[in-house]
Design a protein around this ligand. Structure first.
Ligand code: MV4
Length: 448
C-alpha cells in the first residue's frame, strides 16, 4: 500500500478521497488554489500545498506544479478525482514518468477507451452492444451516406475525440448528413485536435443507463451493476439512481457482464463507467466509457456495499480485486441528488458567496458527501456542485419517500440551490412511474 497520496482535486471529492486514505492508513496531501485557501476539506488532509491562483488553468490544471508538490511532499501516488486532469492521458504519462503511481488506468488504457471509434471497435469484440453505424471513422462522405441509407434516418454524427455531448450533429436526411459530417469534422479538429467523425443510428427516446465497473492489474474486472442518470439538463446530471428501475434482470446481467468484459480486454485498472442508452424495449447501445471515478459513485456503493474509492486505491497499489462477481448483489435502492449552488428559477444562474445556513438532513439511509458548512464561501471559479445527498432504502418507493423527507429537512441559505427542483422532480408522475427519459427534465422546465 502507498504511504502518501497526493490529491489533485478539491471540494467534496477531495474530502471523499481523504476519508478513504485515512481508512487505509495512508497519509493525504491536498493541493489547492489560492481561492480555496482555508477550504474545509484541507483541514482533514495531513498536508496541503498551494499551487496557484483561483482559475483552474493556473492551479488544478497545472501539471508541473502538481508534480512539484508531489516531489516536495514525498507522495508516492496521485489521485486525480473527477474533472480537471482525471481523463488527461498526458497527465497520466507525466505522473508515471516522474516516478509516481497514477490512481486510475494506464495512459494506454485511457487512450484505447477514450477514443470513441476505437472504444466502439473494442466493445464489438467484447460483446458489448453498440449502435449500428459506420465501421470506424468516416474516410469518405459517400460511404457515410451509404451506411445511413442502410440503417435509416435519423442518424447522428459524432467526433471520435468528443464526449459528454460535444461535437455531435443529428441528421434527418441525406442533405443534413452531408452538411453535418463537414461541420462536425471542422469542429472536432478545432476542439479535440482530431478530425475523425463517425455515424450511427440516432435514438430519439431513451434512458441513460451506466454500468459501474472496476478492474485490477491482474486481469480481473467486475461490475457493480448500473445507475440510471436520465434526470439531466444540458448534459448536467441532476438525479441518479441505482439500480435502473424496471429493467429485466437477465438483460441487466448480460449488459453489465459485457461492460466488465470490455474493460478487462482494455487491461483497465481502477474504476470506470460504461455509458449506454436503453430504448423502450430495453435494448442497450453503448455510448462511451468514462475512465475515472464518477460524481455519482456513492449510489453504487450504497446498493453493493463496495467502497469504490478505497478499492480504486487498492488496485492502483497492485492488490488484486478483493471481490469476485458472485460476491456482488443488489441491496435495495439508492438515489443521489446533486446539490448545486444554482438558481433554477433564474436559468440555473451560479450562486457564489457566503453560505450562512447549511443544515443537512440525517436519519437512516442518509449520506451527505459535502465539504460545505455554515460560514463557507462558495468561490466563483469552479463547478457549482456544493454537495451530494445520497439516500438508500429497501426499495424505490421507500427511497423516494425518504428522499422527500430528507430534502424537506435540508436548509441552505441565502444562496439558492437545486433542492426545491429535486422535490418537484420526485413528485413528477413520469419519474415516480419510471417512464421518464433523458429529455423529460428539459421538457418539464420548458413547459414551466
Ligand atoms: C446519442 C443519443 C442518441 N442516439 N447517440 C449525449 C452525450 C454523449 N455521451 C452521447 N449523447 C447522446 N448520444 C445516439 N446514437 C443521444 C445522446 C444524448 C444524451 C445521452 C445521454 C444522456 C443525456 C443525453 C442528452 C441528449 C442527447
Amino acid at each position: 500500500m502507498f504511504k502518501r497520496i497526493l490529491i489533485a482535486n478539491r471540494g467534496e471529492i477531495a474530502l471523499r478521497i481523504i476519508r478513504a486514505c485515512r481508512e487505509l492508513g495512508v497519509e493525504s496531501v491536498c493541493v489547492h488554489s489560492q481561492a480555496d485557501a482555508g477550504g474545509t476539506w484541507l483541514e482533514q488532509a495531513d498536508r496541503t500545498v498551494c499551487i496557484g491562483p483561483g482559475p483552474s488553468k493556473d492551479s488544478y490544471l497545472r501539471i508541473d506544479r502538481i508534480i512539484a508538490a508531489a516531489e516536495l511532499t514525498h507522495a508516492d501516488a496521485i489521485h486525480p478525482g473527477y474533472g480537471f486532469l482525471s481523463e488527461n492521458s498526458h497527465f497520466a504519462v507525466v505522473v508515471r514518468d516522474s516516478g509516481f503511481t497514477f490512481i486510475g488506468p494506464s495512459p494506454e488504457a485511457m487512450n484505447l477507451l477514450g477514443d470513441k471509434v476505437n472504444c466502439k471497435r473494442m466493445a464489438k469484440q467484447s460483446g458489448t452492444p453498440i449502435f449500428p453505424g459506420t465501421d470506424g471513422g468516416i474516410e469518405d462522405l459517400e460511404e457515410a451516406v451509404k451506411v445511413a441509407a442502410e440503417i435509416g434516418y435519423p442518424v447522428i454524427v459524432k467526433a471520435a475525440g468528443g464526449g459528454g455531448g460535444r461535437g455531435m450533429r443529428i441528421a434527418r436526411d441525406e442533405a443534413e448528413l452531408r452538411a453535418g459530417v463537414d461541420s462536425a469534422r471542422q469542429e472536432a479538429a478545432a476542439a479535440f485536435g482530431n478530425p475523425m467523425v463517425y455515424v450511427e443510428k440516432y435514438l430519439e427516446q431513451a434512458r441513460h443507463f451506466e454500468v459501474q465497473v472496476i478492474g485490477d492489474n491482474h486481469g480481473n474486472s467486475i461490475h457493480l451493476y448500473e445507475r440510471d442518470c436520465s434526470s439531466q439538463r444540458r448534459h448536467q446530471k441532476l438525479i441518479e439512481e441505482a439500480p435502473a428501475p424496471g429493467v429485466d434482470p437477465a438483460k441487466r446481467d448480460r449488459v453489465c457482464a459485457s461492460a466488465a468484459a470490455l474493460i478487462r480486454n482494455a487491461k483497465y485498472c481502477g474504476a470506470a463507467t460504461c455509458e449506454f442508452l436503453m430504448d423502450k424495449d430495453q435494448n442497450f447501445y453503448m455510448l462511451e466509457v468514462n475512465t475515472r471515478v464518477q460524481v455519482e459513485h456513492p449510489i453504487s456503493e450504497a446498493i453493493t456495499g463496495v467502497d469504490i474509492v478505497q478499492t480504486g486505491i487498492r488496485v492502483a497499489a497492485g492488490e488484486k480485486l478483493p471481490y469476485r462477481q458472485e460476491d456482488i448483489r443488489i441491496n435495495g435502492h439508492a438515489i443521489e441528488f446533486r446539490i448545486n449552488a444554482e438558481d433554477p428559477d433564474r436559468n440555473f444562474m451560479p450562486q457564489a458567496g457566503l453560505v450562512e445556513t447549511w443544515a443537512p438532513p440525517g436519519g437512516p439511509g442518509i449520506r451527505m458527501d459535502s465539504h460545505v458548512r455554515a460560514g463557507y464561501r462558495v468561490p466563483p471559479n469552479y463547478d457549482s456542485m456544493v454537495g451530494k445527498l445520497i439516500v438508500h432504502a429497501p426499495d424505490r418507493a421507500t427511497c423516494i419517500q425518504r428522499s422527500l423527507g430528507a430534502l424537506k429537512e435540508f436548509k441552505v441559505g441565502p444562496i439558492k440551490t437545486t433542492i426545491p427542483l429535486h422535490m418537484r422532480l420526485l413528485r413528477e408522475p413520469q419519474f415516480v412511474n419510471a417512464t421518464h427519459d433523458i429529455k423529460y427534465v428539459e421538457r418539464l422546465l420548458a413547459a414551466k
